[in-house]
Design a protein around this ligand. Structure first.
Ligand code: NDP
Ligand code: OXD
Length: 306
């Protein structure tokens, strides 16, 4: 069995070492143009040339959860596209989103500003019931995030494409229930995959339907958000703030207004990082399962786009 590794901006050596240790029967190599045909590929942002040169791949294993960039390429017919499901990302996402929501709810930035001025100040505590959190996307990451928020006793709502039943979460599904979901949410978390249906979903029309004092947490993809609509709603006071981890262009260009906006917190696409050892174990386990003819989790539905 031959496995080709083709990941942009990723140090190859430890991945190759880990994959070789997990799959000692396989030949694992970093792809070079003209390399022999492989059975499986481990990829992140591969060039189209890689896929064109590997027409007989059986499995294409992305080392992340989102496959939107991969699906923009022409993928060899018959290859399974497989993403990382969880692999240690769900707990990181739960930490990040709970931290952002609690920082906003508890006004920790305002306390921080006071402390920097030497002020021993008090603010009237908010009611948790006034801060319902709506999580868009109730998949592997969204469900974990929703449960973590519920643990802190926020009212939590969730929205998915098909109906989901998550204990403790008020679940909505489909376009027909989207308006109700938005109108009952104050903090909005985006954990949707980027597809033609979800691109630009956080636009002026939808964001202005949040409860007054709305707050946006985008940890999915930058193209879910219409940047100028967010800025207009923040500047008009319709929204209270945003925490953004993902952007239409990454790294966020130096002149982009998000960097300096007083109500926006920016992080550099770091809310849930791919964990190398967990991901290698997951990918190796799936390659072996496929070899035994067993079903595996995380297979992308190419029609649906996630
Ligand atoms: P999943 O595929 O497990 O979950 C996707 C969820 O979104 C599902 O609940 C799905 O609905 C829902 N959904 C998809 N399309 C629609 C739609 N049109 N309308 C309503 N709901 C929809 O994905 P993950 O939870 O693993 O990951 C989510 C995304 O998070 C990734 O695609 C990636 O872009 C992003 N991500 C970001 C990271 C970061 O560091 N910032 C790290 C990892 C991931 P249904 O349940 O009905 O299928
Ligand atoms: C992912 C990401 O999709 O890191 O895994 O964004």
């Amino acid at each position: 069995m031959r496995i080709s590794f083709c990941c942009a901006n990723v140090e190859a050596a430890p991945w190759l070492q880990g994959l070789r240790a997990a799959l000692p029967q396989a030949t694992v190599e970093e792809w070079q143009p003209g390399a022999p045909q492989a059975d499986h590929a481990v990829v992140w942002a591969p060039p189209q040339r890689f896929l064109d040169e590997q027409p007989r791949l059986k499995g294409i294993f992305a080392i992340g959860a989102g496959v939107d960039a991969l699906l923009k390429l022409a993928v060899p017919a018959g290859a399974l596209v497989v993403r990382i499901d969880d692999g240690g990302m769900a707990v990181q996402m739960a930490e990040y989103v709970c931290h952002a929501a609690i920082r906003h709810f508890r006004e920790l930035d305002a306390y921080d500003a006071d402390v920097r001025q030497g002020l021993w100040s008090f603010r009237r505590p908010h009611e948790r019931s006034d801060f319902p959190v709506g999580v868009m996307g109730l998949g592997v990451l969204g469900q974990r995030v929703a449960r973590a928020l519920a643990h802190f006793e926020f009212p939590v709502l969730g929205w998915s494409r098909t109906p989901r039943d998550v204990p403790g979460i008020r679940c909505y599904a489909g376009r027909e229930q989207f308006g109700d979901f938005l109108e009952r949410s104050r903090i909005l978390v985006c954990l949707l995959p980027l597809t033609p249906e979800t691109e630009g979903i956080m636009n002026a029309d939808h964001l202005s339907r949040l409860l007054p004092g709305g707050y946006v947490i985008n940890v999915a993809r930058g193209a879910h958000l219409v940047d100028e609509d967010l800025i207009a709603l923040l500047d008009s006071g319709r929204l209270a703030g945003a925490t953004l981890d993902v952007f239409r262009t990454e790294p966020l260009p130096p002149q982009h207004p998000f960097w300096r906006h007083p109500r926006i917190t920016v992080t550099p696409h770091t809310s849930a990082r791919t964990l190398r050892d967990e991901s290698i174990a997951q990918i190796a386990g799936k390659i072996l399962a496929l070899g035994r003819g067993e079903p595996i989790a995380g297979v992308v539905d190419l029609e649906r786009g996630y």
